[in-house]
Design a protein around this ligand. Structure first.
Ligand code: MN
Length: 485
């Protein structure tokens, strides 16, 4: 899964680390009581603290801390019982304080790891360096007027988790899987909604290259604010190739922050990269060090839901699903819940097959998620039941599912109304076979003379005569007998 770039001087590998900013799911902001609601009118969710009025004092929102601890536990990370809020000083129009309250030397969450399920079925473990909690900034709007810019502070002060990976990824595909897995985990935990298109999860990618086999870390460039998995992959690919071309033509790479242009697929310089010391971090004198007790952390640990990795293992071990099916279904919390409800009392592999091969495709076509599925998981399970007890064949079941997606009706009702019940009555099947054989005497003779291939022809004719409703197994058995006679 590594990306290898072939150059004139040899092969190069890519080294990627990701910094993900994830908005914490919480009704109010990190240090104020203002609402975090998305899509409100500009500057409606702004307290005096978020607007940085003189003399205002931040008050820590415990919910945000609980969410960060939960996220840390969800990636098997070390929780630091003592963490410190620092001021990260910089000027920007959408940051009225003139500094961001963040965590620097003492973050709330230390080292953890995330296991990736690669599309080829293999797994890769990526280290997480830390998670710190910090404030989001406001938003500058440059497209509202030809000669002015505006500031919306609704986002100012919303709690963020900055999740920093180790430089463990070796290609755009691994980076994409990392983002997807992280999103899946925070959604299971309900600590961030993971909606990249709304900006509640944003990714900065640190990219460098080195000759294959070397373990040096060369100069990296940071590509800012990638807001989709697709753009993340495109930006990494472009950037890695740019580095290789530079090194091969004897140039150096400058450490800098770059922007990805989604229209051209290229990255360009935004600013030369600052180092931590440029921000003059110091502990925020308005906030005491944050001290948690082990009991507090343990209580949160006890309340953790079953996470995708555990669920996948259970599906494999207890339900007998193949690893591939298990990882596809557990990737989305809602899909997994639907699957479990539907599979109750039915064959798990039948359920995963029908979800992955039939249901997902139909929902995608209508551009709806499992949430908006017009029928319940229980109704889907009932359809599986009709296949299992031979009331309908797989072929008919696909037609029934089409109608279910359209109308939300019960499978049994559709089968009844449309007369789709499978014919298992052997007398009726025999009669149809006799008719087909007498209408095709010549072919019967050819078959008996050794032309085995004609068997499929007879099956097809009988199925046609039954309008697809004859039980295929019964047709096969009776046909074999009759043709042999
Ligand atoms: Mn940050």
């Amino acid at each position: 899964m590594s990306m290898i770039i072939k150059g004139n001087t040899g092969d190069w590998e890519v080294v990627i680390g990701l910094e993900v900013h994830a908005q914490i799911t919480s009704k109010s902001k990190l240090f104020s009581g203002a609402s975090t609601e998305f899509g409100s009118e500009a500057n409606m969710n702004v307290s005096l603290i978020d607007a940085a009025m003189p003399g205002m004092l931040p008050v820590l929102n415990e919910v945000c801390i609980r969410q960060a601890v939960k996220t840390g536990l969800g990636i098997n990370a070390k929780i630091n019982l003592r963490s410190i809020f620092d001021r990260k000083n910089y000027f920007y129009a959408d940051l009225p304080q003139g500094y961001q309250i963040s965590q620097f030397a003492d973050p709330i969450v230390g080292e953890g790891e995330i296991t990736l399920d690669m599309p080829d079925g293999s797994t890769r473990t990526i280290g997480v360096e830390r998670i710190h909690v910090e404030q989001d900034a406001g938003k500058s709007m440059h497209d509202q007027s030809p000669d002015s810019s505006f500031i919306d502070l609704n986002r100012s002060g919303i709690g963020l988790m900055e999740i920093v990976s180790k430089p463990d990824m070796r290609g755009p595909e691994e980076a994409a899987e990392y983002m997807k897995k992280l999103r899946s985990i925070v959604r299971y935990l309900d600590t961030c909604d993971g909606d990249m298109e709304k900006g509640s999860m944003r990714c900065d990618a640190n990219v460098s290259v080195r000759p294959v086999g070397s373990d040096e870390l060369r100069t990296r460039c940071e590509i800012k604010n990638l807001n989709s998995v697709k753009f993340l992959q495109a930006a990494i690919t472009y950037e890695a190739n740019r580095h290789v071309e530079a090194y091969e033509s004897g140039e150096e790479i400058d450490q800098e922050t770059r922007l990805f242009n989604t229209a051209t697929g290229e990255t360009r310089t935004m600013r030369s990269k600052e180092d931590a010391h440029d921000y003059r971090y110091f502990p925020d004198p308005d906030l005491l060090p944050l001290e948690l007790t082990q009991a507090y952390v343990d209580r949160i640990k006890e309340e953790l839901p079953e996470l995708p990795d555990q669920k996948k293992l259970r599906y494999i071990e207890a339900l007998g699903l193949p690893a591939y099916d298990a990882s596809v279904i557990v990737a989305d919390k809602d899909n997994a819940a639907f699957f479990e409800e539907a599979a109750k009392g039915h064959d798990a592999k039948l359920a995963s097959n029908w979800m992955m091969a039939e249901l997902f495709g139909r929902l995608n076509k209508q551009n709806i998620s499992i949430h908006q599925c017009p029928f319940t998981a229980q109704q889907f399970g009932d359809l599986l039941g009709l296949i299992e007890d031979n009331t309908i064949s797989g072929k008919i079941a696909k037609e029934v599912l089409d109608v279910m997606v359209e109308t939300g009706q019960d499978a049994a009702v559709i089968v009844e109304q449309k007369g789709l019940k499978q014919v298992t009555d052997t007398g009726a099947i025999e009669a149809m076979i006799d008719e087909v054989m007498s209408a095709n005497q010549d072919k019967v003779e050819q078959y008996r003379a050794g032309k085995d291939k004609l068997f499929g022809f007879f099956v097809g004719q009988v199925m046609k005569a039954s309008q697809g409703k004859a039980n295929p197994q019964a047709v096969n058995e009776i046909l074999k007998d009759k043709l042999a006679a």
